[in-house]
Design a protein around this ligand. Structure first.
Ligand code: 5AD
Ligand code: SF4
Length: 433
C-alpha cells in the first residue's frame, strides 16, 4: 500500500498552486497518494496563510488536533506564509511538528521530509526557474505562476516578508506550461502572481524585456486555449496599454480584480498604495467604458489606523460609483514586521465592526440590484465542476457562476445558458445551445 498524504490549503490561489506543486513532487519522488482523511495519512501538511491574524491563531489549535488523532508515526509539516514568518518558533511551540517549509521554498519539500526538525525558510531562495513535477487538481483549468514574491511595500501587508522580493518566471517557461495544459485538455489558464501587471521588472537571469501585456499577447497565440484569467493586478500598474489589451483581446476573460483597499486618498497614501481615489475611479471608468460587460471585484480594508468617518465615506463613495460585482472585505489586522503595526492612531474595534457591516450591507444592496438585471440573459458557460443533486457548474466569461441540470458530460464544454433564477453567488439556468 502506498503512503498517504493529507494536505490542507489555506489562503490565496498562490497557496493552492504551491500545494499542487508539493503534491506533484511528493507523488513522483516519494510515491505518496493524496487522501481526504488526515487520520489515515502518513504525512500531514498544512499550507498556511499569514495575511491576517486569525488563521495564525487557528493553526496551533489545528496542529494540536492533528497530533492527537494522527496515525502513529505520521509526520506533520507546516508550510506556506506562516512557516516563513514564524520559522523555528513553530517547532518550539508545537515540538511534534517534523518540519517547517516556507512559501518561497516549496521545491524543497522532498528534501525536508527526510530531515527531522528541518526549518527551510530562506526568503531569498529563487524558485523562478525550478521545473516542478506535473500535477493539476482540475483538468479543465490550469493555474500557472508567472512571478514569485512582491516588490511593493504596502504598510499593512506581511506578504513581502513571507514571499520575498519579486522575481518573474521566464515567459518561455510560462508558455510551455500553458501549452502542456492545453495539450492535456484544459481550455482555460489562470495566471498567478502577487502583482501580475508588474510582470517583467526583474528576472533571475538575463531576459528579453517582456511586460504583462506582452505576455498576455504571446499566451493568447496558443491554439486551443480559449480563456485567460489572472490575479492579482495592481491598480497602480493599470496603464492604458494594459486596459486596451484586456478589452480588445477576445481570449482574456472580462473579469478584473482591482484591489481598492481604501477609497480615501489620505489612507491610500498611508498604506503606500501608490494611487489616489481619482486614479482608481478613472481606471475603473475606462474599463467599464471599453468593456461594458466587465465584472470588477475588489478587496477593501476598513478601519486602517487613522481612518476617519470622512475617509470611510470616501470608500463608500467608490463602492457606489464602481458598483463592484464582488467584494472581499476585511477589518484591518495589525501584522508583525509591517510599517502599519507601529501606527498608534488605531480605530476603535466596535467602530471597525460597524464600518465593516455598513460596507457589506451597501454592497449586498448593489449586488441584488445588479443581479436582478441578469434574469433572462444568456451566457456562454465553461463547465468545470460537478455539483450535488444533478447540477453542473461553470463560469461565464465575466466570471458569473452558473449552474444547470446536467451530468459530467458537460464538463470541459462551452454551452449557451439562459438564466432562469437568481441567487447571490450562483445563478441557475437552462442550456439553450
Ligand atoms: N489586515 C486586513 N486585511 C489585509 N489584507 C492584507 N493584509 C491585511 C491586513 N493586515 C487584505 C488585503 C489584500 C487581501 C489579500 O487581504 O485587502 O488585498
Ligand atoms: Fe501585499 Fe501590497 Fe504586495 Fe499585494 S501588492 S502582496 S497588498 S505588499
Amino acid at each position: 500500500m502506498g503512503k498517504k498524504l493529507f494536505i490542507e490549503t489555506l489562503g490565496c490561489a498562490m497557496n493552492s498552486r504551491d500545494s499542487e506543486h508539493m503534491i506533484a513532487e511528493l507523488t513522483e519522488k516519494e510515491s505518496y497518494e493524496v487522501t481526504d482523511e488526515f487520520e489515515n495519512a502518513d504525512l500531514i501538511l498544512i499550507n498556511t496563510c499569514s495575511v491576517r491574524e486569525k488563521p495564525v491563531h487557528k493553526l496551533f489549535s489545528e496542529l494540536g488536533v492533528f497530533n492527537k488523532k494522527k496515525k502513529p508515526g505520521a509526520k506533520i509539516g507546516v508550510c506556506g506564509c506562516t512557516a516563513s514568518h514564524l520559522g523555528e518558533e513553530i517547532i518550539k511551540k508545537a515540538p511534534y511538528v517534523n518540519f517547517v517549509l516556507g512559501a518561497r521554498n516549496v521545491s524543497k519539500i522532498s528534501e525536508v521530509l527526510h530531515k527531522d526538525k528541518a526549518v527551510e525558510i530562506d526568503i531569498n531562495y529563487d524558485e523562478s526557474e525550478f521545473a516542478f513535477k506535473d500535477f493539476r487538481s482540475s483538468g479543465y483549468k490550469a493555474y500557472i505562476n508567472i512571478s514569485i514574491g512582491c516588490d511593493k511595500s504596502c504598510t499593512f501587508c506581511i506578504v513581502p516578508k513571507t514571499r520575498g522580493d519579486e522575481v518573474s518566471i521566464p515567459d518561455t517557461l510560462i508558455i510551455n506550461e500553458a501549452q502542456k495544459a492545453v495539450d492535456s485538455g484544459a481550455k482555460e489558464i489562470f495566471l498567478l502572481g502577487q502583482n501580475v501587471n508588474n510582470y517583467g521588472r526583474r528576472f533571475s537571469g538575463t531576459h528579453e524585456k517582456v511586460n504583462f501585456t506582452e505576455l498576455l499577447r504571446r499566451l493568447s497565440k496558443i491554439d486551443g486555449l480559449e480563456r485567460i484569467r489572472f490575479t492579482s493586478p495592481h491598480p497602480f500598474h493599470m496603464d492604458d496599454e494594459f486596459i486596451e489589451e484586456f478589452a480588445n483581446n477576445p481570449k482574456i476573460c472580462k473579469s478584473m480584480h482591482m484591489p481598492l483597499q481604501s477609497g480615501s486618498t489620505k489612507i491610500l497614501k498611508d498604506m503606500k498604495r501608490g494611487y489616489s481615489k481619482e486614479w482608481f475611479l478613472n481606471r475603473a471608468k475606462k474599463l467599464r467604458d471599453m468593456c461594458p460587460d466587465v465584472s470588477i471585484s475588489t478587496d477593501i480594508i476598513v478601519a486602517f489606523p487613522g481612518e476617519s468617518d470622512a475617509d470611510f465615506e470616501d470608500t463608500l463613495d467608490v463602492l457606489k460609483e464602481v458598483r463592484f460585482e464582488q467584494l472581499f472585505s476585511f477589518k484591518y489586522s495589525p501584522r508583525p514586521e509591517t510599517e502599519a503595526e507601529l501606527f498608534t492612531n488605531t480605530v476603535d474595534p466596535e467602530l471597525a465592526s460597524h464600518r465593516l457591516t455598513t460596507l457589506q450591507s451597501l454592497h449586498t444592496e448593489i449586488l441584488d440590484e445588479n443581479n436582478a438585471k441578469l434574469l433572462g440573459n444568456t451566457y456562454e458557460v465553461y463547465f468545470e465542476e460537478l455539483f450535488q443533486d444533478g447540477f453542473v457548474a461553470g463560469r461565464s466569461d465575466n466570471n458569473i457562476m452558473v449552474k444547470t441540470k446536467g451530468s459530467e458530460e458537460l464538463l470541459g464544454k462551452f454551452r449557451d445558458v439562459k438564466i432562469t433564477s437568481i441567487g447571490r453567488t450562483v445563478l441557475t439556468g437552462e442550456v439553450i445551445a
